[in-house]
Design a protein around this ligand. Structure first.
Ligand SMILES: NC(=O)c1ccc[n+]([C@@H]2O[C@H](COP(=O)([O-])OP(=O)(O)OC[C@H]3O[C@@H](n4cnc5c(N)ncnc54)[C@H](OP(=O)(O)O)[C@@H]3O)[C@@H](O)[C@H]2O)c1
Length: 355
């Protein structure tokens, strides 16, 4: 890689933004030029990090001052990573995209027909819609949002099955970690030793996004893949990782569970062969042990630097339905599901020479 891309991070102090930071620090292709926020404007990054992190930030990063987004000099940077609440993202990201690429974790632009819900492991080819986005809006830059964190593990685990057997229906029940709600997120009194059986707007987002993630670009739009999908989302007292119980009906018959396991194990994804620093070689880890995956064992207990970028699938069984299958899936909501996943998107776009 001949040059380092100069990056700004908006919302660096938050749950998703910290994962942008961790992925960008020491990255061979990026250097962090500026940090932007809201409540922490004027403070040092090291004093403003929200929540608890065991990550050891280098001194020079801790010493960086968080500034107002109005102070961002777009001529001095090549790319912006944004992890801010959707309500603010609409205006802020739109303005930056007039001249620079924006990789976002927010939902503000996800549902527009010229904007991909980008998950390069699954739908890397959707970057082709960006030419249309730029032309239609008269932008020199563009916006690439990642999916909702609950949709990500589901999309990655379904995709190899979809490709091989087709999917007739999907039902999903989630158990989502508290970091998914940002900081301070859910009140401690509400979540300790408890389960909250509703997450505002989450179910609608997941159902809508999965269909678009699997969609096809036809002319100037991304057209959804149509199949039956429904879900129920719960907040549970785990720290990291959204776990989901998934029930599906495939269109084509599968031989047996071993064949499904092998299909998931063999999956390499659209990031394969591009030599991207944050792409896991095998995006899906399959367990035979019915007690796995578990958030504490498989995510909090860091195995290697790609731990938070894999999708973990276990408990694969046939159901009583025709071509019925069930399994448990787990993925990291702020790593693959937000900041580090966003950095992988940027790596993919660089590899495709789009940035
Ligand atoms: N948490 C997850 O698992 C997850 C996963 C996928 C996507 N997301 C999405 O990522 C975004 C951030 O979520 P989060 O969970 O990281 O939230 P968070 O922990 O509450 O952090 C919010 C961040 O946004 C900054 N911010 C707030 N208002 C701003 C403004 N007007 N201008 C500039 N910066 C502003 C905050 O900076 P200060 O600290 O300086 O106020 C903070 O760094 C949301 O859109 C969320 O939906 C989150």
């Amino acid at each position: 890689m001949p040059k380092k891309y100069r990056a700004s991070v908006i919302g660096a102090t938050g749950m998703a933004g910290q994962q942008f930071m961790e992925a960008l620090i020491g990255h061979p292709w990026f250097e962090i030029i500026s940090l932007h926020g809201h409540a922490s404007i004027g403070k040092k990054f090291g004093e403003s990090i929200r929540g608890f992190t065991s990550y050891k930030y280098p001194e020079e990063i801790k010493e960086m001052t968080v500034t107002d987004i109005k102070d961002l000099d777009l001529n001095s940077i090549d790319i912006v990573f944004s992890a801010i609440p959707s309500g603010y993202a609409r205006e802020i990201e739109g303005e930056i995209a007039t001249s620079k690429p924006v990789i976002s974790t927010a939902a503000a632009y996800r549902y527009e027909e010229d904007v991909p819900i980008f998950l390069p492991i699954v739908n890397g080819e959707h970057y082709r819609i960006l030419d249309i986005q730029k032309k239609k809006r008269g932008w020199k830059g563009f916006i690439v949002p990642g999916p909702n964190c609950t949709a990500i593990g589901l999309a990655i685990s379904l995709y190899p099955i979809l490709k091989k057997y087709g999917i007739k229906s999907v039902h999903m029940v989630s158990m989502q970690a508290i970091t998914g709600a940002g900081y301070p997120g859910v009140a401690s009194y509400d979540i300790i030793a408890n389960v909250i059986p509703h997450i505002e707007r989450e179910e609608r987002k997941v159902m809508r996004e999965i269909k678009k993630i699997f969609g096809t670009i036809i002319e100037d739009k991304i057209h959804d893949l149509e199949f039956l999908i429904d879900c129920k989302c719960n907040r549970v007292p785990s720290i990291n990782g959204h776990m989901e119980s998934v029930f599906i009906e495939t269109v084509k018959e599968f031989e047996d569970i071993e064949e499904i396991k092998q299909t998931l194990r063999d999956f390499e994804g659209q990031t394969a062969g591009l030599d991207l620093p944050n792409a896991p070689e095998h995006p899906i880890k399959v367990f035979d042990d019915p007690y796995r995956p578990q958030p504490r064992i498989d995510l909090d207990n860091k195995g290697d630097e790609k731990t938070g970028m894999r999708t973990y699938v276990g408990g694969i069984e046939k159901t009583n339905f025709i071509n019925g299958l069930k399994f448990t899936v787990l993925s990291h909501n702020t790593e693959l599901g937000a900041g580090r996943g966003g950095v992988l998107s940027a790596e993919y776009l660089i590899a495709k020479k789009y940035i």
